[in-house]
Design a protein around this ligand. Sequence first.
Ligand SMILES: Nc1ncnc2c1ncn2[C@@H]1O[C@H](COP(=O)(O)OP(=O)(O)OP(=O)(O)O)[C@@H](O)[C@H]1O
Length: 224
Amino acid sequence: MKLVLETKNINKHFYKPKDFHVIKDISFKVGQGEFASIMGKSGCGKSTLLYILSTMDTDYTGELYLNGELITGKPQQDLSRIRNKHIGFVFQFHYLLSEFSVLENVMLPAKKLADKSHAEIEQDAMEKLRMLHIDHLAQQKASRISGGEKQRVAIARALINNPSILMGDEPTGNLDSHNSENVFSIFKRLKEEEGLSLLVVTHDEDFAKRTDRIIEMEDGRILR
Ligand SMILES: Nc1ncnc2c1ncn2[C@@H]1O[C@H](COP(=O)(O)OP(=O)(O)OP(=O)(O)O)[C@@H](O)[C@H]1O
């Protein structure tokens, strides 16, 4: 199986207010098309780990590989491009720009990458919106749509550059059960139809149980 993400012996400390070993020797792999969830009690280090994996936090020891390439130690400028191109991220809160249209929000990460024309990016964005059944909302202001719709726009935005892996930090944490189910089905479809890899931190056991693998964390370590 092709590996999309691999970590070797990741460790991280917070030094303020005192030395705290928050991530302890974490090594694991995510293969192409694998849908894995990360579970664990509040404070066990899930979000901290996800920030390292998504290359946003570089203050750790150990090694992080994306698509077989060593990412650890690369300059910020390279990381920002790698992140934008290879990693899609969906948060608990959608972080859409409320004054922009749905379409403009989805186009933004592709504009930042700047390797396609405006027309191509718009076409790609419309395709993602269609895939998530929200293309009728393209011209709406992001502030004018429902919570469930906003999260689907956030997923479309995360997919615009066709990432290798989609990471989520409690992406259903702010949604009712109907909309959570909707997000789960979208993720499952992305895995099955597009071969996308997904790594999602969740507190929702029903959600986690239906993923391919649950990575259980306790006190900064992976239990299984
Ligand atoms: N900047 C920081 N400085 C010091 N300690 C921190 C910092 N950020 C987080 N921590 C601590 O590190 C531990 C892990 O935090 P983290 O947010 O990764 O946990 P989590 O498992 O995602 O929790 P939750 O499920 O509540 O979101 C917690 O004890 C937290 O208080």
